[in-house]
Design a binder for this molecule. Structure first.
Ligand code: GDP
Length: 397
């Protein structure tokens, strides 16, 4: 899942690290030169101070010897002098060491200095990130928004040396993607629990083109709802293709759930209406209705969906598409939302999607949440969408 995007982001991170390492190296060389100058003058001062003290002490010792009128042999004096010199050497070493401590202090202060991230630095790295996101099917307007937010948050930001620019950029990128995804956050389970308690049946219709996994998704959701204790009826509202009715019928059989169907070519609004009446009479909680994804013309399709909405007054209209379709899926989401209004999306085939940009973009473009994602062909391969879930799969191994 998301292998392409993951690898691209990894090499992007590495590239920032390399740029930064090179800059830090250059900076360190400049600093060391500066510190060495300070050290040289400090050691010079230390040496002069110690030499002066040695001379004073020797003078005092000679004076002392004179006053005590002690006969001191030349050799003894030399020996004494030699002994006296040793501790002075030690002192010299520690004095120099003391000055080196000073050097370290100076360099630590410089190392602790904060660096402010500027526009120029972002100009060096952001175009590459934008390209990676575009190549990963993130919609153009979403890339622009991510880039704008990154600039807004990073320009002027203080970065301590030791703190990695690559980590700062990637962490901020994660936070921004999460924020974009969470703008339309919605808890489907909570909503359904509340609605079923208020009035049932809850009527949910599914829109989207054929072949993207719409029928399978309806079956997956039916299974999920039944696992949560709800009763479900399916409505074969894609009457445009006989195959679509058979397909849904097959799922209904496997799941042991009732399917309401008419003949191919029948009025889908009537099929869904019948399913609602059936649910009312049997006390069934939820109606899940398929609709056509393709018709003779786009206008036919939109007119039909509008009629279904008018007649059956769905509680939710869910758009289904496959994440592997990338920008095509994003554009279809936009089109369906503008034409008939959707309340949320389900993206299928994330397990087969190396990019992930569709999942990042769909809710931004429609202003509606991604509710679930399909991650396989089994009935249980439906995951309730959560921004942390997606971020984890994009940014972690
Ligand atoms: P429809 O024409 O839109 O109703 O599409 P179908 O439900 O018939 O699905 C088309 C194909 O996509 C089928 O082979 C499904 O098993 C497969 N499919 C559906 N959802 C997923 C998914 O999340 N992951 C994968 N890998 N395949 C899926």
């Amino acid at each position: 899942m998301f292998k392409f995007l993951k690898e691209k982001l990894k090499s992007f991170k590495k590239k920032i690290e390399e740029i930064e390492k090179k800059e830090e190296k250059e900076e360190r060389v400049a600093k060391v030169e500066k510190v060495e100058k300070v050290e040289e003058s400090a050691v010079g001062v230390a040496k002069a101070e110690v030499a002066e003290k040695v001379a004073e002490r020797r003078k005092a010792e000679v004076e002392e010897a004179k006053v005590a009128k002690v006969e001191v042999k030349k050799a003894e004096v030399e020996e004494k002098e030699a002994k006296a010199e040793k501790p002075e050497k030690g002192k010299l070493a520690s004095k120099i060491k003391g000055k080196i401590g000073f050097k370290e202090k100076v360099s630590t202060l410089i190392l602790k200095r904060e660096i402010i991230i500027d526009e120029k630095k972002l100009d060096d790295i952001l175009p590459e990130l934008e390209m990676i996101l575009l190549e990963s099917d993130v919609a153009f307007e979403v890339v622009e928004e991510i880039s704008r937010m990154l600039r807004e948050r990073l320009v002027g930001r203080r970065k301590k040396i030791g703190e990695k620019l690559a980590d700062i950029v990637i962490d901020e990128l994660k936070a921004i993607i999460k924020e974009i995804l969470d703008r339309n956050k919605f808890d489907f389970d909570e909503y359904l629990d509340r609605l079923v308690a208020e009035r049932k049946p809850v009527n949910i219709i599914f829109v989207g083109v054929n072949g993207t996994g719409k029928t399978t998704t309806i079956a997956k959701l039916a299974k999920r709802l039944m696992d949560r204790g709800y009763s479900v009826v399916l409505a074969a509202g894609d009457t445009f293709r006989a195959g679509a009715i058979e397909q849904l019928e097959e799922h209904a059989k496997r799941l042991g759930v009732r399917l309401i169907k008419h003949k191919a070519g029948a009025d889908p609004a009537a099929v869904i209406y019948d399913a609602i009446v059936h649910a009312e009479s049997k006390g069934i909680d939820v109606v899940l209705a398929d609709t056509a994804g393709r018709m003779h013309t786009k206008k036919n399709l939109i007119d039909q969906l509008e009629k279904i909405k008018r007649v059956t007054e769905p509680d939710m209209t869910i758009f289904v598409d496959e994440s592997i379709a990338g920008n095509d899926a994003v554009e279809r989401a936009r089109m369906f939302h503008e034409a008939v209004g959707i309340d949320g999306s389900i993206l299928t085939k994330l397990d087969a999607d190396p990019k992930g940009g569709t999942a990042i973009s769909v809710s931004y473009v429609t202003g509606k949440p991604v509710l679930f994602v399909g991650v396989g062909q089994g009935y249980d391969d439906l995951v309730k969408f959560d921004s942390d879930w997606l971020i984890k799969r994009i940014f972690e191994d």
